[in-house]
Design a binder for this molecule. Structure first.
Ligand SMILES: [Mn+2]
Length: 464
């Protein structure tokens, strides 16, 4: 937990931005996996953590934007709870630690906030992503269940994004820590990946590193030799020579700040010449993008520049053709990189995605494109000092997509479809690093960068 002054200052800024009405920030409850008391690992809501800091279930925070009054709703434990969970700090003490002096029982939230709302006071809330909070808002504010999300406050969303997206030095220190854990996870996998191993063995080792050094992985680990499936969560394949293993994984610290890295390894420790060629195109795009990141540039510009590196590289190999600017303008490269260059990261690995991707990565005047590929760019807007973003270009050969474009003739002037057939078993390559936008450029998060050149990766794997 940060000092209580940090949380008090954040809430103060939030109240100033929202100006009037009540601001209600709901924490998360425990979730049953297969029955109520056998729960998933508890994860507090990130916005609640940001403003109220308490990492415990069944809490809510309330700020009166007009008067500045603050309340935390939460129950003190009963003797039954103490028997099962051990002694717990009193709610008043917990609230003190984050600079809030007033606490009320959780059960009184509905009537307390409900009474205000009934008198016509505006209650600002964020769009709930869990059913229990949706039901709580429905009951508290008398809003139809299916209208709760659309009733979320645009002013509050905007204010929360503007605060959370600029990381202060304490948060940056946590993110450096998250990056260091992510480094350990990936570096260990790089050292241990061995022909004959099953993918899930590596997943378990990486997950263990995340849990023994922090809270847990920042998202379910992607580790697959079918890297062309962008978010592949099956891990049953045996590491086989000639294939590429895509590993996309990160950690979250005990304070819940995230890292997110991707490396693509030759399963047998050595890339084939063709794999090496494609790999080098992606690593060149990654390096160029990191080199371009600075305040004032839009991330869409960086995405498009990286896309041109991919397109030019594929043209050099004879897989694409024509003018590189025209090809990228037409979105032809998206056959090979259908996703965006990256996203913001912080307390969430896709930071504040629950508040709406367009509210985080775009503005009212700088809006998301609709073109295939570019529409998947989560972060497009101008970069500012304090932004943390991922840089993750990729190149994939997705047989179903290639066949579809070929059949439909999509971008046929830029794609040599006939040359792509040998690549149907290639898989994919993605290379991802995490950067902090500084006052005039950017820097990589974490003490060390994971090996990224063909030579460095092969050297690290040579003893496997
Ligand atoms: Mn990512």
């Amino acid at each position: 937990m940060f000092n209580k002054e940090v949380y008090a200052a954040r809430r103060n800024e939030l109240a100033k931005k929202v100006k009037t009405g009540l601001i209600l920030i709901l924490g998360n409850t425990e979730l049953g996996m297969n029955y109520i008391s056998n729960t998933y690992r508890f994860r507090q809501d990130s916005t609640f953590l940001y403003f109220f800091g308490i990492d415990q279930p069944d809490m809510a925070g309330l700020i009166d934007a007009g008067t500045g009054e603050e309340i935390i709703f939460g129950n003190d434990v009963s003797i039954d709870d103490i028997i099962w969970m051990g002694p717990q700090p009193a709610m008043a003490e917990r609230a003190q630690r984050v600079g809030v002096s007033r606490v009320m029982p959780f059960d009184s939230l509905e009537s307390y906030v409900g009474n205000y709302a009934a008198k016509g006071a505006k209650v600002h809330y964020l769009p709930p992503y869990r059913s229990d909070n949706r039901v709580l808002l429905h009951k508290t504010l008398s809003i139809a269940l299916d209208k709760v999300n659309e009733g979320a406050s645009p002013e509050l969303i905007k204010a929360v994004v503007s605060l959370r997206e600029i990381k202060d030095k304490y948060e940056v220190a946590e993110m450096d820590k998250a990056a260091d854990i992510g480094y350990m996870m990936h570096f260990t996998a790089m050292k241990m990946a061995k022909l004959g191993m099953v993918e899930q063995e590596l997943v378990g080792i990486m997950e263990g590193i995340a849990i023994s050094n922090g809270h847990m992985p920042s998202f379910p680990i992607i580790l697959s030799q079918n890297g062309e499936t962008l978010h592949n969560h099956t891990h049953h394949q045996v590491l086989t020579d000639g294939r590429i293993l895509v590993i996309d994984a990160g950690a979250e610290t005990n304070m819940h700040y995230a890292s997110d890295f991707t490396r693509s390894l030759p399963s047998g420790g050595k890339f084939t010449p063709v794999q090496s060629d494609i790999y080098t195109i992606v690593s060149t795009a990654n390096n160029l993008a990191i080199d371009m990141v600075r305040p004032g540039i839009t991330y869409r510009e960086v995405h498009l520049a990286a896309s041109k590196v991919i397109a030019q590289g594929l043209m050099n190999l004879g897989l694409m053709r024509g003018n590189v600017d025209e090809a990228v303008e037409a979105g032809a490269h998206a056959l090979f990189m259908p996703h965006g260059l990256g996203h913001q990261m912080g307390l969430d690995v896709h930071d504040m995605e629950d508040l709406g991707e367009n509210n985080v990565g775009y503005t009212q005047t700088f809006t998301r494109a609709s073109q295939f590929g570019l529409k998947s760019l989560r972060m497009g807007k101008e970069l500012k000092p304090g932004h943390v973003i991922t840089v993750e270009p990729g190149c994939y050969f997705i047989p179903a997509l290639i066949k579809k474009w070929k059949k439909e003739g999509t971008n046929k002037q830029f794609i040599n479809f006939d040359k792509l057939e040998p690549f149907y078993n290639f898989g994919g390559i993605r290379l991802e690093d995490d950067v902090l936008v500084t006052d005039n450029k950017c820097r990589l998060l974490g003490a060390k960068r994971l090996p990224i050149t063909v030579a460095d990766v092969e050297r690290e794997m040579s003893g496997n």
